[in-house]
Write a protein that binds this ligand. Structure first.
Ligand code: GLV
Ligand code: MN
Ligand code: MN
Length: 409
């Protein structure tokens, strides 16, 4: 460990604020949906910083950004990074912290005149959120070879636009081959986005695993009819079915208990009028569990419920898997490294799972990987009020610095 070396927290906070200006929302927070005009501007700013710091910049055909800092040896780099896309009502920290802390580590090493043995690489992966184009973690999934590039480019978003067209439209499609540069190890700094660290009074989370994720879109098709004249026995109500399913999801996950969570976060019904029985409903279900068996149980029970409900109500149902990822354990030695570095810097640290999805879970397919979490005030995230205290941002970035130095020697 290099005791004297510390990142510059003010400089990191200034970059977080600066990036947060792009897509800033009136009440605070950010809307920088993947491959939007705001994403284009965010990419420009990050690329400009990478170049100012002397990094060798490359952009692959999926729009993933990489900034390489050469080492003494021309071997695969130690990589860090995250994403700069946000949900529609996002905060300043989700993803952005991981990318900008990587840049801050680079600047710290530049200032100190340190050349590491292995190269370092800071990455910003395309469309981590999946809020516009499913699945989430799309850029890192393609990077590790988990999804063919062509399939990703052909994916249509919630607005009907194709990933490939949007990449072209914002000039984000690069010419570096997908999968380059190859990676020696990956570590991602991220805000926890949940309440555990704050409630435990602990500064650093050494992330041991990411829970499994299951996203399904359901579409019910019924018959629209007059809300006053249609007897209940003659209804084929797609709106009722959607809302009954949402209620079932809450009951299901409560019954399964433990880590099981479930969310109906998107719902549209048509014609969406006070006096018309809805003939159309489309909604999403997000189910997550650290235990894959329990997650499968939840998926099966939900599928059974929906089938029975459609028969009872005399409506059609279609479903489409938007994302399905098993739980991902991180490399034990990498988790140890995070924990040891945090302790060596005098921080309280606990091992924990991640409730959110992260690019690191994709990188774990190809190299030893772990994550560093810092507390989210009030456990709030995917919300414009997402906030992490300055001293925690600083602590997390210093742990990142030490882990990267350690891995690159
Ligand atoms: C990504 O942010 C997710 O966990 O939904
Ligand atoms: Mn994130
Ligand atoms: Mn997110």
């Amino acid at each position: 460990m290099r005791d004297a070396l510390e990142i510059n927290g003010r400089r990191l906070a200034a970059r977080l604020e600066s990036l947060g200006e792009i897509g800033a929302l009136p009440g605070g927070g950010v809307c920088r949906l993947a491959l939007s005009e705001e994403d284009r501007q965010g990419r420009e700013r990050v690329l400009a910083w990478m170049r100012e710091l002397g990094l060798e910049v490359s952009v692959d055909a999926m729009g993933n950004l990489f900034g390489l800092r050469p080492g003494l040896e021309a071997v695969p780099p130690v990589m860090t990074g995250s994403h700069i896309d946000t949900v529609r009502t996002g905060g300043l920290y989700d993803g952005n912290l991981g990318v900008l802390a990587g840049l801050e580590v680079v600047e710290t090493l530049n200032d100190a005149g340190i050349t590491t043995r292995r190269p370092l690489c800071v990455a910003a992966f395309t469309n981590e959120e999946g809020a516009r184009f499913a699945p989430d973690m799309m850029g890192s999934l393609v990077y590790v070879g988990g999804m063919p590039l062509e399939e990703a480019l052909a994916t249509r978003g919630i607005d009907g636009e194709r990933v490939g067209d949007c990449l072209e439209a914002i000039g984000a499609r690069g010419d570096a081959p997908v999968g380059a540069p190859s990676v020696h190890a990956f570590v991602e700094l991220h805000v926890e986005q949940g309440p555990v660290l704050e409630e435990s009074g602990v500064t650093i989370g050494a992330v041991e695993k990411v829970q499994g994720i299951s996203w399904t879109e359901f579409t019910f098709t019924g018959t629209s009819n007059h809300a006053g004249t249609t007897p209940m026995r003659l209804r084929h109500d797609a709106g009722y079915a959607a809302m009954a399913t949402a209620t079932f999801v809450r009951e299901l996950v409560t019954r399964i208990g433990g880590d099981q969570v479930g969310t109906v976060g998107s719902l549209e019904i048509a014609p969406n009028l006070v006096n018309v029985v809805a003939n159309h409903a489309r909604f999403t279900v997000d189910l997550r569990n650290t235990c894959n068996q329990r997650l499968q149980q939840a998926e099966e029970e939900l599928a059974d419920f929906v089938e029975r409900l459609a028969v009872q109500e005399g409506i059609q149902v279609e479903h489409r898997t938007l994302a399905r990822f098993d739980p991902v354990p991180f490399d034990a030695a990498m988790v140890d490294r995070v924990e040891a570095s945090a302790r060596a810097l005098g921080h309280s640290v606990m091992r924990m799972p991640s409730g959110a999805g992260h690019d690191a879970q994709m990188l774990a397919r190809v190299c030893p990987t772990s994550m560093i979490f810092v507390p989210s005030v009030g456990g709030i995230s995917h919300n414009i009020n997402e906030f992490t205290a300055f001293h925690d941002v600083e602590a997390g970035a210093n742990v990142l610095l030490q882990v990267l130095l350690d891995l690159s020697e």
